[in-house]
Design a binder for this molecule. Structure first.
Ligand SMILES: [Zn+2]
Length: 419
């Protein structure tokens, strides 16, 4: 012990400057990766701000857990860069935030890399420079579970309230919201804690193999369930052993191993996130798992010419958007250029209006799916959601409340497990 502490001092002295410069680099990379188009909420009327304070916002996607921003509890402090943290969610009246865990992010992205050895993995760089345990750097399972641990550490109930069950969510609502005929109204706007469900971006992190027994698959799924995950997306932006991704090189459907995983997800009452899934994977899930609750946490919908000449890879086809809606699913519209044509609040609003007007989708199935802190340019940061409220002022109040949060809350009240 003594020798160990004797050795620790010089080792710390040697590594500290490296870690500190690492932090500076991470901050610079963070600013570069997560820019904001509108730093200030310009053009928002006072009456909109007032209305906005009575809304409960629910957002299906933020990758904030992959960034420390000054330590494991950095998410609880306010920052002037990146997109989101608890103080900014509060300021923006976000009452519910799904936090999503990405474990492999190919950067620079190439569609020819497909789930095998992805060398340019931005998560490796982030984890090592932020001083995460070395075991997490290149191991997507440990990387994912480490982020889940951060979620639990921050879920102290004061700032961030971890939601695992229907009961958790109902208690949170009873404590902090007033239910009216049009939706939930915050009791103490901008001072309340934020409820959070945990989601996984890509089931490669479960590290399943064809040779695994059913018991081994069940145990691995349970490991992630015990860690707090309630929503699993089969793929991130590449094909993996579970199925094809929308940006993969083959873009096939679910593999036989993928089907075994999905059967286990049903048994353990998981919700499936179809963001980043290939058309074939979406089709397979719709066909073979008619009872699985479905959401698309962050996407655009292929409404042309609204989305311009964007690549199709991050757009859900209209047909599949309608199929998901008709199954009772919810679709989170993003704030970044590839999802809505440009990182402008009016573009996001236009996409939402198109979904509402589409008889196959309608106002009950379109929700918010920002992708904040997901290495994208966002229209605004989490404190300035009122910019979207301004653009959506033309909607009837009930519809506005549904889109901004009510639809998402009802979905989770229905589909979260009892325990
Ligand atoms: Zn994503």
């Amino acid at each position: 012990m003594r020798y160990a502490s004797l050795l620790a001092a010089p080792l710390l002295a040697l590594t500290l400057p490296f870690l500190q410069s690492g932090c500076v680099l991470v901050k610079e990379a963070d600013e570069e990766l997560n820019p904001v188009r509108h730093k200030e909420a310009t053009g928002v009327r006072e009456s909109t701000k007032e209305l906005h304070r009575t809304l409960m916002l629910a957002d299906l996607h933020a990758d904030t857990l992959m960034l420390d921003r000054g330590g494991k509890k950095g998410i609880q402090k306010r920052h002037d860069y990146g997109h989101a943290d608890v103080p900014r969610w509060r300021e923006g009246n976000v009452g519910f935030q799904m936090l999503t865990v990405a474990t492999i992010t190919p950067k620079p992205y190439s569609e020819h890399l497909n789930g095998g050895w992805i060398l340019p993995n931005a998560q490796w760089v982030l984890a090592s420079f932020q001083g995460w345990p070395p075991s997490t750097w290149a191991n997507s399972r440990k990387h994912g579970l480490y982020q889940a641990k951060k979620w639990r550490i921050n879920g102290n109930g004061k700032a961030l309230v971890p939601i695992r069950t229907k009961g958790d969510l109902q208690r949170f609502l009873d404590q902090h919201y007033r239910k009216t005929s049009l939706g939930w109204v915050p009791i103490d706007p901008q001072n309340q804690p934020v409820a959070s469900v945990l989601g996984l971006e890509g089931c490669h992190a479960l590290q399943l193999k064809d040779t695994d027994t059913d018991e081994q698959i069940a145990a691995r799924v349970k490991e992630f369930r015990d860690a707090g995950f309630r929503v699993l997306a089969p793929t991130h932006n590449f094909d993996n052993e579970i199925g094809g991704g929308s940006e993969g090189s083959e873009r096939d459907g679910l593999t036989p191993l993928g089907h075994r995983l999905f059967r286990e997800m049903e048994r353990q009452h998981f919700i499936c996130d179809l963001a980043h899934a290939s058309n074939a994977t979406v089709a397979d899930v719709l066909k073979h798992y008619p009872n699985m609750p479905l959401l698309v946490s962050h996407t655009g919908i292929d409404f042309r010419p609204l989305v311009g000449e964007q690549q199709e890879t991050r757009l859900l086809s209209r047909k599949q958007a309608r199929q998901i809606a008709q199954r009772g699913g919810i679709i989170g519209v993003g704030l970044w250029p590839e999802a809505v044509g440009d990182a402008e609040p009016e573009n996001v609003a236009r996409m939402i209006h198109r979904c509402i007007k589409d008889p196959g989708i309608g106002s009950k199935h379109v929700v918010l799916g920002s992708d904040m802190d997901g290495a994208v340019e966002a229209a605004f940061a989490a404190n300035n959601w009122c910019m979207l409220t301004e653009e959506l002022r033309g909607l009837p109040e009930g519809t506005l409340r549904d889109v901004m949060g009510g639809n998402t809350i009802r979905f989770f009240l229905e589909h979260l497990p009892e325990e």
